[in-house]
Design a protein around this ligand. Structure first.
Ligand SMILES: [Zn+2]
Length: 275
C-alpha cells in the first residue's frame, strides 16, 4: 500500500506533462539563397546539369512561452567566402522579421552538424542547444581520427563541445525522443552520422521538419534518396516513416526546397507560416 501511495501521484504527473504540450506555431524563415545548385547533388539519379536556386532556412517554433529554432544557419566568414550566398541575412537578425531578438531564442535544435545548419549555434546567447548525442561524439572524435577534413567544421564541433562544458547542450539519446513537450526527435536518413528530424505538435496535428534528410519535395514524390547519404536505404525508410508521422503529406517540410516559400502563407518578408 505504501508503494501505491507513491505510484499514483507519479502516474497523474505523467498525464499532466503530456497535456501540457502546446500546439506550436511553425514558421520558415529564409535567410539566404544558394544560386544554381545542381539537382543531382540533391536527388539521387537526377542530372547535375539541371540547376535550381535553393532556399536556406531556419525554422521558428513558437509555443508554451518558448521561441525554438530548428537549425540555426551559418555566419562564419569561411562559409560566406566559399558559398557566396545571395539574399543573405545573418540568422540572429533574420529572427527580427518575426519580432524577436537573438536573446529571445530559448532553444536551438540542430538537425545535423553541416555548416549551413549548425554554424549559428553561438548566435543566440540564451539558447540551449539540442543535438543527437552520437552526432557530437562521432564528429568530435572518430570523424577526425587521422584526417584533416570531415563533414563538421572544426569551429562548429569544437564550439558545441565547449558549450557542452558550460551546461548548455542537451544530448538527445537516439530515436523517438520527446525532448521538449510536443517535439520529438527521430534518427534516420543518415545524411550525416546521426542526423535527426523532428515532429512538432500543432493544431493541425504533427508537422515533420525533415531538414536535409529530405532535401526537396522531389525526394518524397519520386521516392528517391537524398544524393548525400551515408545509407540510401536508411534514407528511404526515414522518408517512409515521415509519411506515417505527419498529419498529412503536405506537412512534411524538406530542408532546402524553394517551393516552401510558395506552399504556405506569407507571415512577414521572407517568412511563411507552416502552421
Ligand atoms: Zn543543408
Amino acid at each position: 500500500m505504501r508503494f501505491l501511495r507513491f505510484l499514483v501521484p507519479a502516474v497523474a504527473l505523467a498525464g499532466t506533462v503530456a497535456a501540457q504540450a502546446p500546439n506550436y506555431e511553425i514558421y520558415a524563415i529564409k535567410y539566404a539563397t544558394l544560386k544554381q545548385f545542381p539537382l543531382g547533388g540533391l536527388v539521387e539519379g537526377e542530372s547535375r546539369n539541371t540547376r535550381l536556386d535553393i532556399g536556406m532556412y531556419i525554422f521558428l517554433i513558437k509555443g508554451g512561452g518558448k521561441n525554438i529554432l530548428f537549425d540555426c544557419g551559418f555566419y562564419r566568414p569561411q562559409f560566406l567566402r566559399q558559398w557566396k550566398p545571395a539574399d543573405y541575412e545573418i540568422p540572429s537578425a533574420a529572427v527580427e522579421r518575426m519580432g524577436l531578438k537573438a536573446a529571445d531564442i530559448s532553444d536551438v535544435i540542430i538537425s545535423h552538424i553541416h555548416w549551413d545548419h549548425a554554424d549559428g549555434f553561438d548566435l543566440f546567447p540564451n539558447a540551449k542547444i539540442w543535438i543527437q548525442k552520437e552526432e557530437v561524439e562521432y564528429y568530435a572524435g572518430e570523424a577526425f581520427n587521422g584526417k584533416k577534413r570531415s563533414a563538421a567544421d572544426p569551429d562548429d564541433i569544437v564550439g558545441i563541445v565547449r558549450m557542452n562544458t558550460e551546461g548548455r547542450v542537451g544530448l538527445v539519446p537516439g530515436d523517438a525522443q520527446e525532448f521538449l513537450p510536443g517535439i520529438t526527435a527521430y534518427i534516420g536518413g543518415k545524411h550525416t552520422y546521426q542526423s535527426q528530424f523532428i515532429t512538432v505538435k500543432t493544431a493541425a496535428g504533427n508537422v515533420v521538419l525533415a531538414s536535409d534528410n529530405v532535401y526537396l519535395y522531389m525526394n518524397l514524390e519520386k521516392h528517391k534518396p537524398i544524393a548525400q547519404s551515408l545509407d540510401k536505404e536508411s534514407n528511404l525508410r526515414a522518408q517512409d516513416r515521415m509519411k506515417d508521422l505527419a498529419a498529412n503529406p503536405k506537412l512534411i517540410v524538406p530542408g532546402h526546397d524553394p517551393a516552401i516559400m510558395n506552399n504556405f502563407p506569407e507571415a512577414a518578408p521572407g517568412v511563411v507560416k507552416i502552421q
